[in-house]
Ligand binder design. Structure first.
Ligand code: SAM
Length: 292
């Protein structure tokens, strides 16, 4: 089926037909620009062999585009009021399944088993901005079989996903994204491409999952604890950040030794370390605490 939604007129028509009231708490800003929709679909490299998970289909605008490009589409929407609208707008899309649920409560690996024989899926979404980080982190941490994630996010979040040490945007999200995936900025998207217009700029970013992470680390859970500890108190030294973090229980001496062993100054700040250095630090702590 050719997509019918994606422009302001048809979107407003649906909104009026169902007396739909936008809910701010669900981060509802619907896409009304066909060029942006085409760019997202092209960037996600979708073929008829793919199963795509869409997070938050809204009134089904992007879902219609996905249905045309993909083999299977599963769309998870939380808002009760959108379910009858989706039944209408996706009536002719026979390869789409709508699940009425909170994406943070859905077992996505199970969806991949059910709809894609457990093979890697593609994730495409104009994300609800209030839960961007928990969604992305949980996809990676739960080891969901994923080929790529192509999502609209707040511009500032897209920046955070791509930067390295030296930028004010560098943080735990940058390191997590870059450990699991290769980020690529697809497009910057201004507020007038949405209804209603968001107060912030947006960007589409594609994260292509690495088959093998770019750094080798013995204990990735420990590495992410060190990362969180380092950015938890950004203005503190790495040494104090690690010592004061409740999830870690290394002594001051052990921390000083690990930092010195990496050839770093004792007053170094965590925000200056690269992913490779965090991996080396985690390995050093494993050795010090006798794990390896
Ligand atoms: N995909 C549509 C579009 O581009 O026009 C809508 C995007 S809108 C930014 C975000 C969508 O996510 C809304 O439909 C909202 O109701 C839905 N949503 C918000 N929180 C959600 C959650 N926890 N689980 C599933 N969907 C959610």
């Amino acid at each position: 089926m050719e997509p019918k939604l994606g422009n302001p007129q048809n979107t407003i028509e649906i909104i009026k037909k169902y007396n739909f009231v936008f809910q701010k708490k669900y981060g509802q800003n619907f896409l009304i620009d066909t060029h942006v929709l085409d760019k997202i679909i092209a960037a996600a490299n979708i073929t008829k062999n793919d199963m795509v998970l869409e997070i938050g289909p809204g009134i089904g605008t992007m879902t219609q585009y996905l249905a045309k490009a993909a083999g299977q589409v599963v769309a998870v929407e939380i808002d009760d009021n959108l379910i009858p609208i989706l039944e209408d707008t996706l009536n002719d899309c026979h390869n789409v399944t709508v699940i009425h649920d909170d994406i943070l409560k859905v077992d996505i690996s199970q969806l991949a088993v059910q709809y894609n024989h457990g093979r890697p899926i593609k994730i495409v979404a104009n994300l609800p901005y209030y839960i961007t980080t928990p969604i992305i982190m949980s996809l990676f941490e739960k080891d969901v079989p994923i080929h790529n994630i192509t999502v609209m996010v707040q511009k500032e979040v897209a920046d955070r996903m791509q930067v390295g040490p030296g930028s004010k945007d560098y943080g735990a999200l940058s390191l997590a994204v870059q450990y699991y995936a290769k980020p690529y900025l697809v497009a910057n998207v201004p507020p007038n491409c949405f209804l209603p217009r968001p107060k912030v700029g947006s960007a589409v970013i594609r994260l292509t999952r690495y088959l093998k992470p770019p750094v080798i680390v013995q204990d990735s859970k420990l590495m992410f604890q060190l990362i969180r500890a380092s950015f938890n108190q950004r203005r503190k030294t790495l040494q104090n950040g690690l010592y004061n973090y409740p999830e870690l229980s290394f002594s001051k001496e052990q921390i000083a030794t690990a930092i010195a062993d990496l050839g770093l100054p004792s007053a170094v700040r965590g925000e200056t370390l690269t992913l490779t250095q965090f991996a080396q630090l985690a390995d050093r702590f494993c050795e010090i605490s006798g794990k390896i």
